[in-house]
Ligand binder design. Sequence first.
Ligand SMILES: Cc1ncc(COP(=O)(O)O)c(C=O)c1O
Length: 402
Amino acid sequence: MSSPISQRVSDIQPFRVVEMLARAKALEAQGRDIVHMQAGEPDFTTAPAIIEAGMAALARGETQYSDANGLWSLRQAIADYYRSDYGVDIDPKRVMITPGASGALLLITALLVDQGQSVLMTDPGYPCNPNFIRLMEGESQLVPVGPEHDFQLTADLVRQYWRRTEDGQPLTVAALVASPANPTGAALSQEALASLLAAVDQQGGQLVVDEIYHGLDFRPAGTERAVTSIVELTDQAFVINSFSKYFGMTGWRLGWLVAPEWALPGLEKLAQNLFISMSTMAQHAALQCFTPATRQLLDARRDEFQRRCDLLLPALEAMGFIIPHYPEGGLYIYADISGFNGRFGADSQAFCHCLLEEHGIALTPGADFGDYRSETMVRFAFTTSIERITFAIEKMQRIFMV
Ligand SMILES: Cc1ncc(COP(=O)(O)O)c(C=O)c1O
């Protein structure tokens, strides 16, 4: 008998980071002490003012659907944020609230991708991206990128990989990048973004930039933002962002997109049908993200992530890990284990297994982010306290420096 499960679902890969978390939790349930360096979410609880605003919204009875595009006041607050932090005026109409960056990815891929069409993206990259494309009956074109490309798509790679039919019809319709990226923390400079934009434009395609790690960009002391947003260069690209990472609201499931004007009716139609509304109380809570007091707290948390990275990165290098790209932001260090010559497992999967099962340190193997050189790569997430990171460093020094 044939399977009742659709082919597209059979083709979709499980989100292995979540499986790793489940294994780490199972070991904890057996009484083991596990250092969690696999989780892709801030370990801080949502800022108290945001939680209070959420509770106040519930107490006021804000429990009904909101507009499919999101609360107007929140869309305005996001437009104000682009003005204050990026110096760019955006019509709040172009901002749509979504259920996390995940919801934005769903809307944008559904809008742009027809059956058989493809989207360029990096390998390594965020593991769910290819699955969104598969869901749309499209194809992801994974472009291998290493340190020689700063782990990002370049204009040359766009020209090299863009596909057309023999009679010149585009098969590739978009390029999707994240800046700073997961798992590498690699950010596109203003120049790199501009040339990528020009190359995609030249092919007649769309550029989608996932800026979910903006706000968590690492800054030399006393300097302002260290990353460029695509909104500074054009009003014709798609921007994905989220309340999950810098704003620390992963479980509230709230994000946003900024779209070109022509795309809005299509996106709205999709949002109405797929979501009807985002969580109304979560949106009221998110309005608190932009107050000076909350921003101050979130910036202090960002500085803490930077301190953790500054502690972990040189310690890993001293142990023999190779860090091919120093992160410009985000929550991760992508590290090469080839210097250990297979002493702790034949590949990064076995290495992570060994570290978790034998030493109680949970990492994510490179295979979760693609195929390209992934067998020698692991991702460290510095989403645990300085004390726990120090504890893990001391443990690893005893394992690797003998
Ligand atoms: C690059 C990237 N995009 C999107 C997401 C999805 O985030 P969310 O749906 O929580 O906003 C993640 C989560 O880790 C991510 O790393």
